[in-house]
Design a protein around this ligand. Sequence first.
Ligand code: PAF
Length: 322
Amino acid sequence: MDIVVFGAGSLGSLFGALLARTAEHDVTLVGRDPHVAAVRKSGLAVTGTDSFTVHPKATTDGTGLSADLALVTVKAFDTETAARELATGEFRAVCSLQNGMGNEETLARHLDCPVLAGTTSYGAARSAPGEVEWNGRGDLSIGPWEPSDADAIGEEVGAAFAAADVPATVATADGIRRLLWRKLAVNAAINPVTALARVPNGALSGDPGVGLAEPVAREVAATARAVGVDLGDAEAVEAVAEVVRATAENDSSMYRDVERGRRTEVDVINGYVVGRADENGVEVPTNRTLWGLIRTWEAERGLVDPEPSTESLKVPGGDDRV
Ligand code: PAF
């Protein structure tokens, strides 16, 4: 399969490398220099869970590309730009493999092809240009964003991952929506807590970290139920514990963003939960506090507008799916 991986950060580089490992796929990474230049020169080296080097194509220009699949792995606040660039090319399907909510909506607004939603708990970190650390195998699920996006390409994409030894569950539109909320519980619980406490994910396996992460997950589950998604408290709490175990050595993406002084994805994670909870009369004090803390740091650094309203996080048209 011809695959464009749009966003050669940690996860994009890892998935690009895993997919490029099989001769069945022709992979092009879209990213920034100096990473892209290093991949073009010496290949992409993976270390950690497994060690290998692959030689995918790599470019800094995301316009005018064509492929069977565009796998979108940019930060959520870059999805709009990515969607505009992808719209200048041609794809049979696009699949978001990003943190937070709202990405699929943005892609669907700009692209004519079927949109797939994906969730994964694979752990990865970019160590140096041309390198990525693989910090644990996780789960991967994909599914059509809307029932109207259901298409044979969904099964083909699942098979393409499987051919690269990355087993993927192909879910229905309702199934993937549930899994996106489950993943939201994982990111809402792990990311801001590890970013604020400056600890790897594994620190949330015992007290006092677990005592901070669990209420976050329960609040996300209550909000999910309020918008019609059947996610139990126990399942959300267990999902967090599973990812903490599987990625114990990993620094979460939000922790890395804070370390590097970069804007985080807190608005589309905890901020999204607060927005949906407020609309539905659900109390989410822990998510609100974590969102406020990270946002205060972002605003102080001039990375975001200091006074967002949860209004700005609402989905156009009132759909709760992002
Ligand atoms: O954002 C992250 O870091 C990842 O989604 C996860 C799964 C929490 C692992 O660190």
